[in-house]
Write a protein that binds this ligand. Structure first.
Ligand code: NAP
Length: 522
């Protein structure tokens, strides 16, 4: 069984026996033990010093264009080892090849996208933001905002479901901004992240101290963060709450970004008739969002709102498609959906379905573990895709409060108006993404006006987008990923939005000549 290594202080350090005990990693399809991880023995103070004293200065001495070159190399290395990483992803996280590519290609694609942003920013070491403004009667006193790299360390903590994309999307933004990174993947699926980092380190292009990896617990790392640092977290709302409440982070006003749970909703508008292209897109997207990565996506659809008189028909159409999904070991070529990632996830999912069952009824699936194709009976963390239905959307209890992180969603009726749909979606307390399927521009505008403030992204599915739309679950680097309330209140990706987390906005005041000269404008 492999013992995972952390990459700290410029070398690989294998987990040791110590006060932080080993966590065992298993193949979720077979339950075979495939690795163990511990960060015991790591001196987190030294890790931070190394990043602050070596990595930070080296990165800040580079221009955006030079840092873009690092991202391009990272992307290239991951692309070159795509097949190996997909195989590892299947074994360690239970993904089919298509689901694994969502993670691995998402990682290389996001790095490449941020490299392209960096090229455009070119030789600069800091950025002007917006226009300058004259602050007095003459140009003798003038002001302008600039963005400079924050002088601390970016600590990244990620969830188990995207071991490659998760580290890459955060690292892309921080490294481009000029901040050194300490990344900590979720332990259960860290084999993929460890291998990605190994490949990047072996390629030898990153400056010393620019990037470190912790496999295992974070020890006293977070209590050592201060005013110049950034903590970016992705995971459950409970963990987010405990981390962002740490006294040192609060007292130093450390910048903290949280991407957390979300009860994303898909809304079918009343104009979309059975058999239309838009209805086909709705069905395809919803089934994909329930089953892709076995429902373990923060952007997966959890609530499906359908006009009351259409619920029976939509339920039948969804069940017909969900029944075709073969669940099992992704090593079996006939399998379309793998297991959930850990035994704990399976337990949480089963207890979550039971809780949803108090205010909704299961109309497809069992709510219990199932055997998987291509694996011995009794082995593997498998669940059938599970569809529930509640007949009173406003009294659906846990459907609006409990994220079941598995292939599980609930059908809810509404009265067909944008107002009713927006109010029901809002019961979820803030989403990462809300999707609406309509060809009625006025209905869409009404829905966006009423529901836009409760989500980070609105995905509009219509006849014109059938050929191109990737599904509401795809977090693309060009547009914002993050959402208000339950979703964590964070902002990632979205082009420069994600990079600005790692940059300090400074108002520079002085003569116009001096200020414009600073930002490279005559
Ligand atoms: P989790 O249990 O909260 O763990 C997330 C990360 O936090 C892991 O790396 C975990 O490490 C670490 N962690 C836990 N306790 C910690 C502590 N006291 N100090 C430092 N680190 C700590 O969440 P998960 O089960 O991995 O992920 C599932 C959740 O993530 C779901 O709720 C999902 O919605 C959310 N998610 C959100 C997004 C988004 O972008 N909004 C994306 C993906 C997932 P260990 O693994 O070592 O415990």
């Amino acid at each position: 069984m492999k013992t995972l290594k952390s990459y700290v202080l410029g070398s690989w350090q294998e987990g040791q026996e110590g006060n932080l005990s080993f966590v065992t990693l298993v193949d979720p399809s077979t339950e075979e033990e495939i690795g163990r991880a511990s960060s015991a023995g790591i001196d987190f103070g030294a890790v931070l010093d190394y990043a602050r004293q070596r990595g930070g200065p080296a990165l800040r001495a580079m221009s955006f264009g030079q840092r873009a070159a690092l991202l391009k190399e990272m992307s290239k290395v991951l692309r070159e080892h795509r097949d190996e990483l997909l195989d590892l992803s299947a074994r360690s996280t239970g993904t089919t090849r298509a689901d694994g590519s969502f993670d691995i290609d998402g990682a290389s694609g996001t790095l490449a996208y941020y490299a392209s942003i960096g090229w455009r920013l070119g030789d600069r070491t800091f950025l002007p933001e917006g226009e300058g403004v004259q602050l007095a009667k003459t140009e003798g006193f003038y002001g302008r905002h600039i963005l400079v790299p924050r002088p601390g360390v970016a600590v990244h903590i990620n969830a188990f479901n995207f071991p490659a994309w998760g580290f890459a999307e955060k690292a892309a933004c921080a490294l481009l901004a000029g901040m050194p990174v300490i990344t900590k993947p979720a332990t259960s699926t860290a084999l993929v992240t460890e291998r990605c980092v190994e490949l990047i380190v072996e390629a030898g292009f990153l400056p010393e101290g620019a990037f470190q990896l912790i496999c295992g617990a974070t020890g006293d790392l977070l209590t050592r963060l201060g005013a110049d640092d950034v903590l970016a977290f992705t995971g459950s709302a409970d963990t987010a709450f405990s981390l962002r409440s740490k006294a040192n982070l609060l007292s130093a006003n450390t910048r903290v970004n949280v991407e957390a749970d979300s009860l994303n909703a898909a809304v079918l508008a009343p104009d979309v008739v059975d058999g239309s292209a838009t209805f086909g897109l709705f069905l395809k997207d919803v089934v994909r969002e329930i089953t892709q990565k076995t429902g373990q996506k923060c952007t997966a659809v959890r609530r499906i709102l359908v006009p009351r008189d259409r619920v029976d028909a939509v339920q039948a159409a969804l069940i017909a498609k969900l029944s075709e999904v073969v669940v099992g070991n992704p090593a079996d070529p006939g399998v379309k959906m793998g297991p959930v990632a850990t035994s704990q996830q399976l337990k949480d999912a089963i207890s979550g379905i039971a809780e949803l069952g108090q205010s909704a009824r299961i109309v497809h699936g069992t709510g219990h573990r199932t055997n998987g194709a291509g694996t011995p009976a009794g082995k593997g963390f498998f669940l059938q895709p599970t569809l529930l239905r509640a007949d009173d959307a406003r009294d659906a209890g846990a459907v609006h409060t409990r994220e079941v992180f598995a292939p599980v969603a609930t059908l809810l009726p509404y009265d067909g108006t944008a107002a009713d749909a927006a109010e029901i979606v809002a019961l979820g307390g803030g989403t990462l993404v809300t999707s609406a399927y309509t060809d009625d521009a006025a209905w869409a505008a009404d829905f966006v006006a009423r529901g836009g403030g409760g989500t980070g992204r609105i995905y509009l599915g219509s006849e014109g987008s059938v050929a191109d739309a990737p599904g509401s679950g795809a977090a693309l680097p060009q547009t914002l990923h993050g959402g208000p309330g339950r979703a964590g209140g964070g902002e990632e990706l979205g082009g420069m939005v994600g990079v600005k987390l790692y940059l300090q906005r400074v108002a520079v005041q002085g003569t116009k000549t001096l200020v414009d000269g600073l930002v490279g404008e005559p």
